[in-house]
Design a protein. Structure first.
Length: 456
C-alpha cells in the first residue's frame, strides 16, 4: 500500500516495462486467489483501474495492439500526445475517481464480407473508452482465466488458433471423428445484456466495474449519417473488452459440455472453441436428442445457429474447415499400408485470400521500386507461413508448390508493366531471381527452417 501512487507519475510514462511488471504481478495474485476459491467475488476493483501504472500500461497496449481508427470524437493518438499524454491521463483518472466518466457513442463501420452484399458490423470506440476498457479488462480477466476450460482458445493469453488446431488433431486421433461444426449467427450483436450480467456477477460484486461495463454495452451506435441508434443487445465487435465479454458468455456453454455428469460427457463429446467458432467432436452419431438439446441451449442463451453453415459430418467422409485450415482423411500412397491419416493443410479459401492479397498489393503499387515491394511481399508471406506452419501438424508443401508459380506469374506481370526494357533480366524467372538477388523470401527454405526450429 505504501508504494501505491494515487496520481499519474510522469516517470512511469517512460518506463513501460515497470508498469507491465506491476500489472502482471497484480494479475497473478488475482488469478491464484480465483483459482483457489471457486466462490470468490472481487468487491474492490474500481480503485485498481484508477491506478497510475494501470492506466499507463492500458494506453501503451491500446496504442501498440489495436486499430488507429478514430471514434466519434475524431481524436487520434497523435492528437493526444500533442496535447500532452500526462495531462490527458490525469484528467481521465480524475473523471474515473469522481464517477464523472461517461462513455461516448460507438462509431459504426461496415467491413465487406466475401459474399457480395454482406457486411461485418464493427463498433469503433473513442480512444478514451478504449483505454478504460483495456484497464478494466486487465483487472478482471484473471478472474475468468481461472474458470475458462482448457479447450477454449480464442482471445486468451498464451493461446491461439494453432493450439485449437492441435487439439482437434488430437481428438481425431483419439477417435472423435463425428463432428458438429457450429456457426453462430451474428454472435457479438446478439448477446443478451441481462443474461451476461448474471454471469459477470458470479465473479464481480464491485458496482463501479459493473456500471462501466453497463455504459459500454448500452452506448448508442452512431451510423454513417450521424444518426444515433439505441443499443439493447450485443457487445460492439471492435471494442477492447468485447472479446472477453463474448468468452464469458459462451463459457456457460463450455461448462455444460465439459460437465462430467452432463449429457455431452455421457455421449463422449468434446468441445474445441475459438471465440464464437466451435466444434463438438464425438465417437458416435449425434442422436436427435443431442441435436435438440443443442438447439434448446442456444435458444435459452438467446443465440441463433446459422442453419445454412452449421453441419454434421464424419471426418473420414468430409473435410472439416476450421480457422482457415482443412482437415481431410487420406490413405497411404503404398498399397500394403491400409492405415488412414489426417492431413491438415491451408484451405482453398485461405489460399484464395492470399492470392487476392498478392494481386491487390502488386496492382496498386506498379510505380514502386523493387526493394520496397519485396519488403511488403515478405511481410505478407512471412505472416501467412507463421500462421499455417505448425510443426509436425500441418502439411503446407503442396500449397507452397502452388503459391510459387502463382507468385512467379504475378511478379512477371508486375515487372513487365514497368516497361519493355526495365528489369528484363529479372523477368525471365522473377521469383527465383528476386529470391537470389533482392532478398525475396524463399518460401520452401523458410518453411523448412521454421518446422525444424519448432521441432527442437
Amino acid at each position: 500500500m505504501k508504494c501505491r501512487t494515487t496520481y499519474i507519475d510522469e516517470h512511469l510514462l517512460v518506463s513501460p516495462s515497470l508498469c507491465d511488471e506491476r500489472v502482471r504481478a497484480f494479475q497473478r495474485k488475482l488469478y491464484i486467489r480465483a483459482k483457489q476459491e471457486k466462490d470468490f467475488k472481487a468487491y474492490s476493483l474500481k480503485d485498481k483501474v484508477c491506478l497510475d501504472y494501470v492506466l499507463i500500461e492500458s494506453w501503451r497496449r491500446v496504442k501498440q495492439s489495436y486499430s488507429t481508427g478514430r471514434g466519434v470524437d475524431k481524436v487520434g493518438f497523435a492528437d493526444i500526445e500533442k496535447q500532452g499524454l500526462h495531462q490527458y491521463l490525469t484528467e481521465l483518472q480524475a473523471a474515473l475517481r469522481s464517477n464523472t466518466y461517461r462513455s461516448s457513442p460507438v462509431k459504426r463501420v461496415e467491413i465487406p464480407k466475401e459474399k457480395k452484399g454482406e457486411f461485418r458490423l464493427l463498433g469503433i470506440p473513442t480512444i478514451k473508452d478504449r483505454i478504460v476498457q483495456m484497464a478494466v479488462k486487465m483487472v478482471i480477466e484473471p478472474l475468468w482465466e481461472a474458470d475458462f476450460i482448457p479447450t477454449s482458445y480464442g482471445f486468451r493469453p498464451r493461446r491461439g488458433a494453432q493450439d485449437a488446431i492441435k487439439q482437434i488433431r488430437k481428438n481425431l486421433y483419439d477417435g472423435h471423428r463425428f463432428i458438429y461444426d457450429a456457426d453462430l449467427s451474428k454472435y457479438f450483436d446478439t448477446i443478451p445484456h441481462n443474461k451476461l450480467f448474471i454471469l459477470l456477477k458470479e465473479r464481480i460484486s464491485d458496482k463501479g466495474i459493473l456500471n462501466l461495463i453497463g455504459q459500454w454495452l448500452t452506448s448508442p451506435i452512431q451510423l454513417r449519417n450521424g444518426e444515433l441508434l439505441e443499443s439493447t443487445e450485443g457487445t460492439p465487435q471492435g471494442g477492447v473488452i468485447s472479446p472477453l465479454l463474448a468468452n464469458i458468455y459462451l463459457h456457460i456453454f463450455d461448462r455444460i459440455v465439459s460437465n462430467p455428469q452432463g449429457k455431452f460427457a455421457k455421449a463422449n463429446i468434446r468441445i474445441v472453441r475459438y471465440a464464437d467458432d466451435f466444434v463438438l467432436m464425438g465417437t458416435q452419431r449425434y442422436s436427435g436428442e443431442i441435436r435438440r438439446y443443442i438447439d434448446s441451449l442456444m435458444n435459452r442463451m438467446g443465440l441463433r445457429l446459422n442453419k445454412e453453415k452449421t453441419k454434421i459430418l464424419h471426418a473420414n467422409k468430409s473435410s472439416l474447415h476450421f480457422l482457415g485450415f482443412e482437415f481431410r482423411t487420406i490413405r497411404s500412397m503404398f498399397s500394403w499400408n491400409r492405415k488412414i491419416y489426417t492431413n491438415i493443410r491451408p484451405s482453398l479459401k485461405s489460399r484464395k485470400k492470399l492470392f487476392s492479397h498478392i494481386r491487390e498489393l502488386l496492382a496498386k503499387r506498379r510505380h514502386w521500386k523493387i526493394e520496397p515491394m519485396v519488403y511488403k511481399l515478405n511481410e505478407v508471406l512471412i505472416g501467412w507461413l507463421n500462421y499455417f506452419s505448425i510443426s509436425k501438424v500441418t502439411h503446407i508443401w503442396e500449397t507452397i508448390n502452388t503459391i510459387i508459380p502463382h507468385l512467379d506469374f504475378k511478379l512477371y506481370k508486375w515487372l513487365k508493366s514497368k516497361g519493355r526494357k526495365a528489369h528484363k533480366s529479372l523477368r525471365q524467372r522473377p521469383y527465383n531471381n528476386l529470391v537470389k538477388h533482392k532478398n525475396l523470401l524463399d518460401l520452401g527454405k523458410y518453411a523448412r527452417l521454421k518446422s525444424l526450429a519448432k521441432a527442437q
